[in-house]
Structures are given as structure tokens and as C-alpha cells.
Ligand binder design. Structure first.
Ligand code: GDP
Ligand code: MG
Length: 757
């Protein structure tokens, strides 16, 4: 078959959120697009090719999920406009067969367009398991389009689906409706026919629903319909919606045959689980306990205390080869820490081996560059990849199982009071992974203000790249400053980040962003057993992302840091113990006073104190740079060419260097350091995304917001921890802020009412 003979068919996947479009898209095109068990994961369209039908190239487009073709949110608009304007050859309507009635609502709208369509009844595997059946052939007869049962997940029926799509694409189709048209509707339809508009049925019905997009798109016939409507008493918006539901209930719902008893019981089971998990009082504590367990498994240095069990003691105790790897201070480390130890052992060994190649004294600068600079920086990032992936695995499981959607539901109750809908919680939770996709996901939010608020607080949901900062600094706080376990500190930082996000939203809602939020109706997706393949894809994507970053941006920063720290202003090479005279040290000293209110500025002295200022700044490029810089400087301080220690040891070395040269470094300052990094301007990539997603002119305010919050937040933490009596002051200031916001809002409301009255 020659290239030019190949036929092209453009196929669009359309369906409700969470119906399995992206899973189908991945199955068809071999892509690894993000699949998540909650509505609104796909917000952009994405395309790929299906090639298994000979001589035909089927181009598949995955559209954002929508509940209806009457757009309320930007992604609904994207999907609708795609079908109207880009004229795909065929639309595959992906329907979640376990949720037939809701899903078919949009199908009845799609049928009204003059576009060839095929319905894919997805999730047939679940129906099979539950012993249910759906009569596809009957449904096809009722709806007048081909219907194919598939399981996107298991790849079942998808080839047959594509065959059907191919056939459908070659026959033009005229729209038809499941509604019975009265005289007024016929008149409206005539108006559109006369105007020569494509898909007149669809557009006429939209005009009857007073659809805003329709008014903009076809103003002529729309006006005519408005005239026709004015002589009618009926409210067609309600009339039409009722008509669709009535049709579905009467004609389609009965085709779900045989709901055997055990299936019903299973449904009840899921309901029962939801009763507990989304309980008004228990919901949040359960979420907190789950979070704690996850952090304990990933970050805890003392995961499990070995008490009397002598056998285990004997194997792991002091002096054995396992000490430091599995076991320290009477406790077994958590799986996450053990994994990290292994990687550190490996990278440490590698560094030692490499540094052994440089025996000639004249090669010492090169050795320093390669071992401390290049390898040190790379390995600092790679060293914590296991923990990041581990953490990410747990978050993916929570998400994929459908639990995170419940969490969003729980938080909706709280958020609504602050003027945000639970919808906003989904992108925020995604922020735990990475701010970039989370910010893109805010497109699912309905109002602009909600989007701006959400984008602003997303970085407070500490991303994976910040996790190592928490882990390393919390490790030092626990080992050198007598604080409780490091996993609790890490958890605390996450929780404080969330609290600060909520406080910020509340204040914004009362002052600069006063606006009512549209109601949020969320479908709770059914529970799934997380799929190994989907989890694998998530983790692999994440790993790739970090490796790419390690070898590009972090690698580059490492080299810059190395050069700046090993040369003085007059280009002389400096050995490790002379770094204090370097260009970098001078730059650090220059900005150091900026951080004095936060406890890690001038207090740290001039000998090594500049290091913390420098790390905070490199973090603005990528948050991984913070730990990279610390590990690098820590290694240099230790004067160990073959530094193979962990990030915790590096930070420890830095802390010791500061305090032994007369600097004062308190635990409050270390907390402030963590909080500053969590709250401040996120990495380059996230700022660029915020720039793209925010309305014009909002970026500068957003950057200012991040700076102010991180500065004030960091300072507060420093003061509250080192001088506990300042808690009263901070609390008073917070109360003052709330009071101001509250009265400001009240006054504005009165003013507005005054204007309208
Ligand atoms: P989208 O929002 O329509 O793109 O839906 P996704 O493709 O993200 O899928 C939503 C959830 O449904 C994911 O957890 C998928 O693993 C799951 N899923 C998709 N297709 C099937 C299927 O055929 N069977 C089962 N059991 N689960 C599926
Ligand atoms: Mg999707």
C-alpha cells in the first residue's frame, strides 16, 4: 500500500468525565496519557493514530470530558467547538455503561448533530463481573446509531469499535432528536433550516435553551427563535432537559437487564464504604491518618522499634553490616528510607570509584569538578528519586482507586464556605505531585476568579520536588535538634501548607476576589482496584520527568554553582576549604541579610551563613536545586572527596559548619527555611505555566503574593518556634487580617446593595 493511497479518518472521542476516554485513547494509540479516577483529568485535546485497519489511518482525538453540550466550563466549550468547527469524520461517544442514565444525557444531544457517531459502551468488564448485561443491539435500535460494548481497560471490543467507526465515517448522517417537537420547536427548526446552518436541529434546540454560545455563533436565526419563544409560555430549558431524561428512563434504562442480587449488594457495599469515608466528622481524620501512614512509610527513620525480639536485634544491631542501611538507634527504618539508603550506597560507591582515577595532584580541581560538582549534584537528585516515586505511588493509588475524589467531596463542604468549590480541590491535590499539571488542570474550574485563587495556592500543596528538602532538613531537626520524628515534621509541613492555602483563599475571597461560586455537582466515581499498568505509567512518567530534570536544568545549575564556588573574583582556583572566598560566597553574603527576619540570614555569620541564602535562591530555578546545592556544599565542607553520604548528612555538615564558626542556627530558622521553600515562588516551569494560565496582568500580583506569603510565613514560623510568646502576636495579626477582610467584605456588600436599591 502506497502512502498517498492511505485514507485518513478523523475520530473524536467524546464522553462524560471519567467514562474512560483517555484509557481508550491510550489503548488505541499506544500512548501513555494521564488517566485518573476522577472527573476532569484531561483538559486539553490530544491526538494519536490507530493503524490496525489496513489502508486506513484513523486519527484519534481525546477531548476533555463533559456532561453536556451546553457549555458551562472552558473544557466543555473546547469539546463542543471541536465537533462543530473541526468536523471530525466520526465521533465515538464513550459511555460508562455502569452509569448509563447519566452518560446518555449528553448522547441525546450529540445525536442531534449531523455527524456520524458510534456509541462505545465502556467498562463492560465491570458489568460482566457484576453479572449485568446491556443489550447493545437494542440500544442501537433505540438511538439510531451503532453501539459497541467495549472494555477500554482490557482492550476488549476496541477493534470492532474502530471497524464500526470506519463504516460510519463513510455514510453521512443527519441529526435526529429523542424529543418530540411541538409547533414552537418546529418553527425554530425552520428558522435554522432557512438560514442554511449545518446541524440545524442541534443549533435550533440550543437556541431554545437560550444557549449563550449559540447566541454568539448564529445571531441571525437565534434572534428569530427568541421572537418565536416570546409568544410561548413554556420554559423550554426545563422542558428539553426533562424530555431527554424521560426518554432515557423509558427507552434506554430498561435495557440494563438482570441486576442480580449480589450486584446490588456490591453497590450497597460501596455506599457503605462511602458513608464512612465521606462522613462529616470522620472524613478528614481518616484522610489525615492515611497521609500520616504514607509519610511514615516513606520518610520515617524509625519506622518500627525492635523491642525484645532478640533474633532480629542480633541480625540488624549495631556493628552488623546492616546498621545504617536498615537499622539505626534501635529501630528499623521505613521502606522509603531503606530504598534511599541503597541508592545512596550505590552512588557513593560510584563517586569513590571515579575519584580514585585522579591520582595526580594537578588533577585535583578536575576531580573536585567531576566528583563534587557534577556527580554530587546529579546524585543528590537521584538519591531521593526512590522516595519521591514511593510517595507518588501512594498518591496514585489513592487517586486511581477513586478515594481522592471522595476527599474532594469532603473538602467541598469546607471550601464552599470560603467561596471555592470542591472542584478546586482536585487541581490542588494534583499539586502534591507537580504544580505544572495542577495549574493546567484549573481549566476545569468555572469562574476566572476561582482559577486565579487556585493557581495561587497550588504551590502551597508541597510538590514532589520539595519533598527532599523536607526530608533532609526534617532529618536534621530530628537528629540534631531533638525534635520528634522526621516523618511527623514532614507531615506537619504538608498540613501547614494546606492550612495556609485555605487561609489565603478565605482572605482573597473576602477582599480582592469577591464572587459567588457556581454550585458544584460531583459524581463520585465507582471504586476501582488500582491498575498495575496505570500505576506503572504514572510512576514511569514521574521518574522520566525527574531524570530529565536531573540531567538538564539541575546539571547546568550544578556546573554554574561549582564554577562560582571554586573561583574567586580574580579567577584563581579555590580548593574545597577555600570556598568561603569564592564569588558564590560573596553573592550569598550580599543577599544574606534579606533572610535575617526568617532566622537564616545574618545570624548565621559570614563564614558559612551565606550557603542557606544561596540554596534558597537556586530553588527558584528548580526546587531540586535546594538539596542539590546543600549536598554539594555539605560535601565540600566535609572535605571528603569521596562523599557518599545522604542528603541528611550533607545538611548536617552545613549546620555544623555554620555553628562551629560562630553562627547561630536555631530549629526555628530551619523550619522557616522549609516553609519559605514550600511557600515561595515555585520553580521556573511552574511560573511559566502560571503565566500561561492566568489572565493577563495577574502574574505580577501572583509573584508578589508568593513572595509576601513565604516571607511573612517563614518569619512567623521562625519567631513562633524560637520565641513561643510571639505565637500570641502572630495569632493577633491573623485575627486582625480576618477582621479586616470580614468588615471590608461586609462594607462592600452594603455598598453594592446601596447601588442596586
Ligand atoms: P476519562 O476521564 O474519560 O479520560 O477517563 P479515564 O480514561 O481517565 O478513566 C477513568 C477511570 O476509569 C480510570 O481509573 C480507568 O482505569 C478506569 N477505566 C477506564 N476504562 C475502563 C474499563 O473498560 N474497565 C474498567 N474496569 N475501568 C476502566
Ligand atoms: Mg481523560
Amino acid at each position: 500500500m502506497k502512502e498517498h493511497e492511505e485514507r485518513r479518518i478523523r475520530v473524536a472521542l467524546l464522553g462524560n468525565p471519567n467514562s474512560g476516554k483517555t484509557t481508550l485513547f491510550n489503548a488505541l494509540t499506544g500512548a501513555t496519557a494521564y488517566v485518573g479516577n476522577w472527573p476532569g483529568v484531561t483538559v486539553e485535546k490530544r491526538s494519536g493514530v490507530y493503524r490496525r485497519i489496513k489502508g486506513i489511518k484513523l486519527e484519534i482525538v481525546d477531548l476533555p470530558g463533559i456532561y453536556s453540550l451546553s457549555p458551562y466550563s472552558p473544557e466543555e466549550e473546547i469539546a463542543r467547538n471541536y465537533i462543530i468547527d473541526e468536523h471530525p469524520d466520526v465521533v465515538i461517544n464513550v459511555v460508562d455503561a455502569t452509569n448509563l442514565e447519566r452518560n446518555l444525557y449528553m448522547s441525546t444531544q450529540l445525536l442531534e448533530m449531523d455527524v456520524p457517531s458510534v456509541i462505545a459502551l465502556n467498562m463492560s468488564d465491570i458489568l460482566d463481573k457484576e453479572g449485568k448485561q446491556l443489550q447493545a443491539a437494542q440500544l442501537a435500535k433505540v438511538l439510531g446509531v451503532p453501539v459497541v460494548s467495549i472494555s477500554a481497560l482490557k482492550g476488549k471490543g476496541i477493534h470492532e469499535l474502530m471497524e464500526k467507526a470506519k463504516e460510519a465515517a463513510s455514510t453521512p448522517r443527519e441529526g435526529r432528536t429523542v424529543l418530540s417537537l411541538d409547533k414552537t420547536m418546529e418553527d425554530a427548526l425552520d428558522a435554522y433550516r432557512k438560514a442554511g446552518i449545518e446541524s440545524p436541529l442541534f443549533h435550533a434546540i440550543k437556541a431554545m435553551e437560550k444557549d449563550e454560545l449559540e447566541a454568539k455563533k448564529n445571531p441571525g436565526p437565534y434572534k428569530e427563535v427568541t421572537g418565536i419563544l416570546s409568544s410561548s409560555e413554556k420554559d423550554y430549558e426545563i422542558e428539553i432537559a426533562d424530555g431527554r431524561y424521560a426518554f432515557i428512563e423509558k427507552e434506554c434504562a430498561p435495557l440494563q437487564a438482570g441486576r442480580p442480587k449480589e450486584a446490588r449488594e456490591k453497590l450497597n457495599f460501596s455506599d457503605k464504604v462511602d458513608k464512612v469515608l465521606t462522613n462529616r466528622f470522620a472524613g478528614i481524620p481518616i484522610f489525615a491518618v492515611l497521609l500520616f501512614l504514607i509519610f511514615h512509610i516513606v520518610f520515617s527513620e524509625d519506622f518500627l522499634y525492635l523491642s525484645a525480639s532478640g533474633a532480629i536485634q542480633g541480625t540488624f544491631a549495631e556493628g552488623t553490616m546492616w546498621e545504617g542501611l536498615f537499622y539505626a538507634d534501635g529501630a528499623i527504618m521505613s521502606p522509603g528510607v531503606i530504598l534511599a539508603n541503597f541508592v545512596n550506597c550505590l552512588t557513593g560507591g560510584l563517586t569513590t570509584a571515579v575519584s580514585g582515577w585522579f591520582t595526580d595532584p594537578s588533577l585535583i580541581p578536575l576531580q573536585g569538578f567531576i566528583c563534587d560538582g557534577v556527580l554530587g549534584g546529579l546524585f543528590a537528585v537521584i538519591g531521593f528519586i526512590p522516595q519521591i516515586l514511593f510517595l507518588f505511588l501512594f498518591f496514585s493509588i489513592l487517586e486511581d482507586s477513586g478515594y481522592m475524589a471522595r476527599v474532594a467531596f469532603i473538602f467541598d463542604r469546607i471550601f464552599r464556605r470560603f467561596g471555592l468549590s470542591g472542584r478546586a480541590f482536585l487541581p490542588m491535590i494534583m499539586g502534591f505531585g507537580c504544580s505544572v499539571p495542577a495549574m493546567i488542570n484549573t481549566r476545569t474550574l468555572v469562574t476566572e476568579k476561582e482559577r486565579i485563587q487556585t493557581i495561587r495556592v497550588i504551590p502551597f500543596f508541597s510538590c514532589m520536588a520539595k519533598a527532599p528538602i523536607l526530608a533532609a532538613v526534617a532529618g536534621v531537626l530530628a537528629s540534631d535538634f531533638g525534635w520528634v520524628a522526621s516523618d511527623l515534621i514532614a507531615l506537619g509541613v504538608y498540613v501547614f501548607g494546606m492550612i495556609i492555602a485555605i487561609v489565603s483563599i478565605l482572605v482573597m475571597h473576602l477582599t480582592t476576589m469577591r464572587e459567588k461560586v457556581p454550585p458544584f455537582i460531583m459524581e463520585l466515581p465507582s471504586y476501582h482496584l488500582p491498575q498495575a499498568r496505570a500505576l506503572g505509567i504514572h510512576i514511569w512518567d514521574k521518574a522520566k520527568h525527574f531524570f530529565k530534570k536531573a540531567f538538564t536544568i539541575i546539571f547546568l545549575t550544578t556546573i554554574i554553582i561549582w564554577v562560582l564556588s571554586h573561583f574567586s573574583w580574580d579567577y584563581t582556583y579555590l580548593a574545597n576549604n577555600q570556598i568561603n572566598e569564592s564569588v558564590l560566597a560573596d553573592i550569598g553574603r550580599l543577599i544574606q541579610p534579606l533572610f535575617t527576619p526568617l532566622g537564616f540570614g545574618s545570624q548565621l555569620g559570614t563564614a558559612w551563613g551565606w550557603a542557606f541564602a544561596v540554596t534558597a535562591i537556586t530553588g527558584l530555578i528548580a526546587k531540586e536545586n535546594v538539596i542539590m546545592t546543600m549536598a554539594y556544599l555539605g560535601a565540600a565542607i566535609l572535605h571528603i572527596e569521596e562523599f557518599g553520604g545522604s542528603d541528611v548528612e550533607a545538611v548536617q555538615a552545613l549546620v555544623e559548619a555554620v555553628t562551629s564558626t560562630g553562627g547561630v542556627l536555631t530549629s526555628g530558622a530551619l523550619f522557616a527555611f522549609i516553609m519559605f521553600n514550600v511557600l515561595t515562588i515555585p520553580c521556573f516551569a511552574a511560573v511559566a505555566t502560571a503565566h500561561a494560565e492566568l489572565p493577563k496582568g495577574k502574574l505580577k500580583w501572583t509573584l508578589l503574593f508568593w513572595l509576601v506569603v513565604s516571607y511573612v510565613g517563614g518569619t512567623s514560623f521562625y519567631l513562633m518556634i524560637d520565641y513561643p510568646w510571639t505565637i500570641a502576636i502572630v495569632a493577633a495579626l491573623l485575627a486582625g487580617l480576618f477582621a479586616f477582610a470580614y468588615f471590608y467584605n461586609k462594607k462592600m456588600n452594603e455598598k453594592e446593595r446601596g447601588v442596586t436599591a
